[in-house]
Design a binder for this molecule. Structure first.
Ligand code: NAD
Ligand code: TYD
Length: 348
């Protein structure tokens, strides 16, 4: 029996992790703590909300008193911490909310875990889900490994780097059992349509311009979200306490090449002429401080814990495009805030 607190379980990656754990481990109690910001929607979890091993709690991770009460009430023995502000462009406009949620929120959870667990640290785990963006930017060659020095550039990555440091500080100072993973860019169903892939699928479908930052030459390493959830499952159960694991897709794409694949896939699935939507590509001013390249060396996770991505990129993209085309209502409701209004009423 485990009582696991998943934070940010109503968001993109968190909803996939919550679904995997609730379905795969009927003996675990899963408590999903989420504030339901613009990025969190309980609609993402409709299929598991009635399960007896699943509980949702609407709360702010920054509210230390409430977090402490949740630890006691559910006798939490493990945390999988995903709640965060996650979009780089938003962090450029409003860095404060990133420091608040990502740094202070993580600290509040760490402190609550430390207080609740300090008399017996056995069989406890604080799993912090982080990003490869903490390592900064690569040139054309090389990879981020677990030993790469931190060099964050955006307010988002600076806040995540800071939270990673706090997690390690709690391990070093209080012996809190922690584990961290740093993952590359995820894609798949339920991603809020502000990030590149869902935004562009939606725009191609609706014949809207595709705002390509700079020359479109920046490179990202893409991983299908369900493969990330499986990696989290493996690190949670088999990872060494105090260690860091890099998670990546071994799958680098220049933005513009990826965008052409999205155009091809959407046009094909909608029965349009090949390349019909290429005219939508619109080069715009580059993002400030835009990291050139991310690429993860995930060999530690592969060699030590036996994880590797299971889905081929072409298949993952086709599934993802199909999902967004089939779930027009979801896209409409998350972008208009309709789901927010509905669930706020239920949980206020
Ligand atoms: P997301 O923005 O889709 O979801 C974040 C969730 O956190 C939402 O449900 C939101 O309501 C919740 N939340 C925000 N502030 C909160 C608060 N104060 N209290 C409680 N809940 C709050 O994010 P995501 O893309 O699913 O990312 C999840 C985690 O994974 C983040 O920590 C992110 O840094 C990390 N990560 C993301 C990616 C990626 O490609 N998306 C890659 C690597 C790591
Ligand atoms: P994004 O999905 O925001 O993820 P991240 O910045 O965390 O890697 O962006 C992925 C890449 O796509 C990044 O290089 C920025 C670029 N991009 C665009 O060119 N246009 C856009 O409208 C967005 C959202 C991103």
């Amino acid at each position: 029996m485990r009582n696991i607190l998943i934070t940010g379980g109503a968001g993109f990656i968190g909803s996939h992790v919550a679904r995997l754990f609730v379905n795969k481990y009927p003996d675990y109690n899963i408590v999903n703590l989420d504030l339901l910001t613009y990025a969190g929607n309980l609609e993402n979890l409709k299929d598991i909300e009635q399960k007896s091993n699943y509980t949702f709690v609407k709360a702010d991770i920054c509210d230390y008193q409430v977090v402490t009460t949740i630890f006691s009430e559910y006798n939490i023995d493990s945390v999988i911490h995903l709640a965060a502000e996650s979009h780089v462009d938003r962090s450029i406009k409003d860095p404060f909310s990133f420091a608040r949620t990502n740094v202070m929120g993580t600290l509040s959870l760490l402190q609550a875990a430390q207080n609740h667990w300090k008399s017996d640290l056995k069989n406890k785990l604080f799993y912090h889900v982080s990003t490869d963006e903490v390592y900064g930017s690569l040139g054309k060659d090389g990879y981020f490994t677990e030993r790469t020095s931190y060099d964050p550039h955006s307010p988002y990555s600076a806040s995540k780097a800071s939270s990673d440091h706090f997690v390690r500080a709690f391990f070093d100072t209080y012996k809190l059992p922690v584990v961290i993973s740093n993952c590359s860019n995820n894609y798949g169903a339920y991603q809020f349509p502000e990030k590149l892939i869902p935004l562009f699928i939606n725009n191609i479908k609706n014949n809207k311009p595709l705002p390509v930052y700079g020359k479109g030459e920046n490179i990202r390493d893409w991983l299908y979200v369900e493969d990330h959830a499986k990696a989290i499952d493996i690190v949670f159960h088999k990872g060494t306490v105090g260690d860091t694991y890099n998670i990546g897709g071994f799958n680098e794409w220049k933005n513009i090449d990826l965008i052409k694949i999205l155009i091809k896939t959407v046009d094909q699935l909608l029965g349009r002429k090949e390349g019909a939507s290429e005219k939508l590509i619109t080069y715009v001013k580059d993002r400030a401080g835009h990291d050139f390249r991310y690429a993860i060396d995930a060999s530690k996770l592969k060699n030590e814990l036996g994880w590797q991505p299971s889905l081929q990129f072409e298949e993952g993209i086709e599934k993802t495009v199909q999902w967004y085309l089939d779930n027009e209502e979801w896209v409409k409701n998350v972008t208009s805030g309709e789901y927010q209004k509905y669930y706020q009423q239920m949980y206020e």
